[in-house]
Design a protein around this ligand. Structure first.
Ligand code: NAD
Length: 357
């Protein structure tokens, strides 16, 4: 069993911890937290060993009556791999801690690409993380993950001449009160292209891509307006079929009556998804259109959860415990990734899948 430590138990960390705990080949060694807040309480309720992320502040846990299993150094020592899910910039500072104990680590998209030996999206470059000289991996941001999952099959099937994407970005996560209240629409960043395109080239170095960012007062999901000039001219039906075959892409059927991110989240909750999470890119099927060799579509990305399957796969890739197809299948099966609607006649499976489905 792979012993996995999670350092930083917030939006991404608590989801990674639950996903790790669900894997047949992994054991959650514990989670490190800075303070005894409601999320620490949730970790205790789930029976996760809790470690003090900042040893000088461990008294706060004792004062709150929360038992600690130790300090973050203890967690790093007992882990085969640490998933660092601390806020942007802290991961880079933590790298020295992982190096000290020779523990491989996985960082998140808020870190610069040079924090790790390679950036990672399962569908695009799983095998890069299996290389002998790779000890540190960066799972790219929610937006880059979503774009890379889309571009991977398009590149393979048709070739991509040029991608242009406008990212309509949520202003903050639902729990991020520090980002609000807000009532505005911001070009963000105002410089063009935005940093998202260069980040996608950490996965596909030869991809020609320009991105523009807009920030809106919403918390539920991002929305990408995508235009890709392909090297061939498939029909829109061909593209839909191609995308429908990808387990981490969900084509939202018109008949479902899902006209926005609010209803997408309702759909996820109605289907029993934990926290209403949507691990898949949600592509509006009727938006998939071709004009000559230009593909257009809208997709929504659930920023809090699309990177979770990638973190699980990154653990197996980094430790070279499974080939890509096996890891992706196990991750998808255990989490129930592969959202499909009853309205899509030929895609009959109902979500979420049972483990023994
Ligand atoms: P978050 O603020 O929700 O959670 C981070 C947690 O780490 C908090 O509980 C915080 O108290 C804790 N922490 C702070 N300093 C720490 C330290 N020194 N040691 C251990 N823990 C510490 O942040 P998040 O949204 O989960 O983001 C984590 C990373 O994931 C960032 O790199 C972010 O860019 C990336 N990411 C976030 C999203 C998203 O939309 N939330 C999506 C994809 C990737």
């Amino acid at each position: 069993m792979i012993q996995v430590g999670v350092n930083g138990y917030g939006t991404i960390g608590k989801r990674v911890a639950d996903a790790v705990a669900a894997q047949p080949d992994m054991e959650l060694a514990g989670v490190a937290k800075t303070r005894p807040n409601f999320e620490a309480e949730a970790a205790v309720r789930k029976g996760y060993p809790l470690y003090a992320a900042i040893p000088e502040k461990s008294d706060r846990f004792h004062e709150a009556g929360v038992d600690l299993a130790g300090e973050v150094d203890d967690l790093v020592v007992r882990s085969d791999v640490v998933v660092d899910t601390t806020p942007s910039g802290i991961g880079a500072e933590n790298r020295e801690l992982y190096e000290r104990y020779d523990t491989p680590a996985i960082f998140q998209g808020g870190e610069d690409a040079d924090v790790a030996d390679t950036s990672f999206v399962s569908r695009a470059n799983y095998d890069d993380a299996r290389a002998d000289d790779v000890d540190y991996v960066r799972v790219v941001s929610c937006n880059t993950t979503g774009l890379s999952r889309l571009f991977a099959p398009l590149r393979e099937a048709y070739g991509v001449e040029k991608a242009r994407v406008t990212l309509v970005r949520r202003g903050g996560d639902p729990g991020q009160t520090s980002r609000g209240p807000i009532n505005d629409i911001l070009p963000d960043p105002v410089e063009i292209p935005s940093h998202h395109g260069p980040d996608v080239t950490t996965i596909f170095p030869d991809l020609s891509i320009d991105t523009l960012g807009v920030k809106v007062p919403a918390t539920l999901m991002h929305l990408h307006s995508v235009n890709v000039t392909l090297e061939s001219e498939p029909t829109a039906a061909d593209v839909r079929e191609l995308l429908a075959d990808e387990s981490r892409l969900f084509l939202v059927p018109e008949e479902a009556g899902i006209d926005g991110t609010g209803k997408l989240k309702e759909f996820a909750q109605d289907t029993g998804r934990p926290r209403g999470d949507l691990w898949e890119n949600c592509i509006w099927e009727s938006s998939v259109s071709m004009e000559g060799s230009d593909l257009y579509l809208f997709q929504s990305i659930h920023q809090e959860s699309d990177v979770i399957p990638e973190n699980v796969d990154a653990i197996r890739a980094l430790l070279d415990r499974a080939p890509k197809a096996d890891s992706v299948a196990t991750t998808d099966e255990t989490l129930g990734v592969g959202l499909e609607s009853l309205f899509q006649g030929r895609r009959r499976r109902v979500v979420p899948r049972e483990a023994d489905d």
